[in-house]
Design a protein around this ligand. Structure first.
Ligand code: ADP
Ligand code: GLC
Length: 496
């Protein structure tokens, strides 16, 4: 297979900066593409939380000029490093005015008011840096709204630039809820010409919609599971873009995320007290006691522990959990929750922890070590999401022998097979309706299985631990898609 030149642009990448699964994906996919022999480069913003010394980043010589429409030219410094554990170069766009802040997109619950300018700047800097490096990519792979203007730029500013003569674009949608909707003034920064400000391209309700523009202009679009690719074509999951997506369905596909088993592996995880594997699960019991100790819960091995890790936002089904919690607190279980997000949820779950100290404990904040310890120490893992493009924690749970309880939506539905006590098959417990009753019923079923069908529970655990979601499989899917894009571009150019 030909060696491809692939440029991946994203707003967050593990281990440098992360707010959710996008960072996991962009930290892992390039490694897998590299292992298949491709020339991959990654570009992300240099937020000021990224420590230059710690990651031994080197400053590239000379400043990078980034045209910003009526703002004129802005200048960036560029740092270079490598993705840990491989030789994939990663570049950081440094601009104090745009990225010299603590948060990635917001601070104290308020989005930065200049997020439009920040990410137009970043996206344009990606294009300018490719030129400066003389890296002429076969494909630029953009991710979510933050970099969705790249396909637009490729078709406008750089349409006749010989450096990008054969460059195609892919836009990955990790979450359709967030589209980058802004006041139309951003058009004069994006500077692609007002003729593109129309309802078939970038305009929406007299404002600008980055993701919409990206969907229209990208050579291909993909999402992170097949089920979500189907769902976003419907009213329920389309967030207003379902019609547009339907009209571009010929260029839409779904590729399921993988797991970075170097990071998420109970047999080598340095965050957990005792490692374990399928042949010897005794370490998992120690992890459970340690988890109970860390979270100040009674250290009982005769009670199931249910874990929850995630952003405390509506998407994750916290409204359902909120309604179901009183009922759940009557069951003989323990719940450990790690998350941050909406203020009402943070204070609600903290109150529950105060009311039920024997049964419910939470850590409001962001902690990688605790996320790993919950995966290892819990018996069950709850993901009652209203929608879930892919979801990673349920797949991590499988690897850790922690049985997922999920709502059958998006990637949750694609990755978890429902338990059948009759056949002792499946990998988790699923519910379908987005109601507190369905959630409660399924948690009861799971807890009941834990208490009264130890054999069945153990089989489920083993079934899950045997599953593999290797990035190599996903990477091969992306390579096939990149080839489709490249072939399309070449024949398109021939016709011109
Ligand atoms: P999303 O990207 O929608 O947030 P995913 O399931 O794809 O959901 O990925 C979430 C990632 O973020 C997982 O790696 C999870 O462990 C991590 N995560 C979420 N919240 C926290 C938190 N409060 N502390 C540590 N890790 C977290
Ligand atoms: C998004 C989605 C999540 C997905 C992640 C990585 O944040 O909400 O479901 O796993 O992106 O693709």
């Amino acid at each position: 297979m030909d060696k491809l030149k692939i440029l991946i642009a994203a707003s967050e990448v593990v281990p440098f900066a992360k707010s959710g699964g996008l960072a996991d994906v962009v930290g892992a996919l390039p490694k897998a593409l590299r292992a298949l022999g491709h020339d991959v480069r990654v570009i992300m913003p240099r937020y000021y939380v990224i420590d230059i010394e710690k990651y031994k980043l080197k400053s590239l010589e000379g400043a990078l000029g980034v045209p910003m429409g009526i703002m004129g030219e802005e200048w960036a410094r560029v740092y270079e490093g490598v993705l840990p554990g491989c030789d994939v170069p990663i570049y950081f766009i440094d601009h104090e005015g745009f990225f010299g802040r603590k948060g990635l997109y917001e601070e104290n619950g308020f989005s930065f008011i200049d997020n439009d300018n920040r990410f137009i700047f970043f996206s344009r800097a990606v294009m300018q840096l490719a030129k400066k490096l003389h890296f002429h990519p076969d494909v630029i792979h953009a991710n979510d709204w933050h970099t969705a203007t790249i396909p637009i730029m490729l078709n406008t500013h750089y349409a006749y630039d010989s450096d990008f003569a054969y460059t195609g674009s892919l836009l990955s949608i990790h979450n359709l809820q967030h589209q980058g909707r802004f006041y139309k003034g951003a058009m004069s920064i994006l500077d692609v010409g007002w003729e593109h400000f129309n309802e078939d391209e970038i305009e929406e309700y007299n404002g600008i919609n980055f993701l919409k523009g990206g969907i229209v202009h990208a050579d291909a679009i993909c999402t992170v599971s097949q089920k979500y690719a189907d769902e976003i074509r419907t009213w329920e999951f389309g967030w207003g873009l379902e019609e547009l997506i339907n009209s571009y369905s010929y260029k839409l596909s779904g590729i399921l995320n993988g797991v970075d088993y170097d990071e998420w592996n109970p047999s080598s995880d340095s965050y957990i007290v005792k490692t374990y594997d399928l042949n010897d699960l005794s370490g998992k019991e120690e992890c459970k006691s340690a988890l109970q100790r860390t979270f100040n819960l009674p250290m009982r091995c005769d009670v199931p522990v249910i874990g929850f890790v995630g952003r405390l936002v509506e998407q994750k089904g916290i409204g359902l959990l909120h309604s179901a919690i009183w009922h759940l607190m009557h069951m003989d279980i323990q719940i450990v929750l790690l998350g941050m997000g909406e203020k009402w949820a943070e204070s609600f779950f903290s109150d529950i922890a105060g009311k039920y100290p024997e049964k419910f404990s939470c850590y409001i904040g962001y902690r990688d070590d605790l996320a790993h310890q919950i995966e290892a120490g819990a018996d069950l893992f709850l993901m009652p999401s209203l929608f879930e493009p892919c979801g990673l924690n349920q797949i991590y749970s499988l690897a850790y022998g922690t049985i997922p309880i999920v709502r059958a939506t998006g990637g949750l539905d694609d990755t978890i097979e429902n338990y059948s006590s009759e056949h002792r098959s499946g990998t988790g417990f699923k519910f379908y309706d987005a109601t507190p009753e369905a959630l409660m019923g399924t948690v009861s079923w799971a807890v009941d299985t834990w208490y009264h069908d130890k054999g069945g529970f153990d089989q489920l655990r083993r079934n899950g631990m045997k599953q593999r979601f290797d990035w190599e499989v996903a990477a091969r899917g992306y390579v096939a898609l990149y080839h489709t894009i490249i072939n399309g571009r070449h024949s398109h150019r021939h016709q011109e």
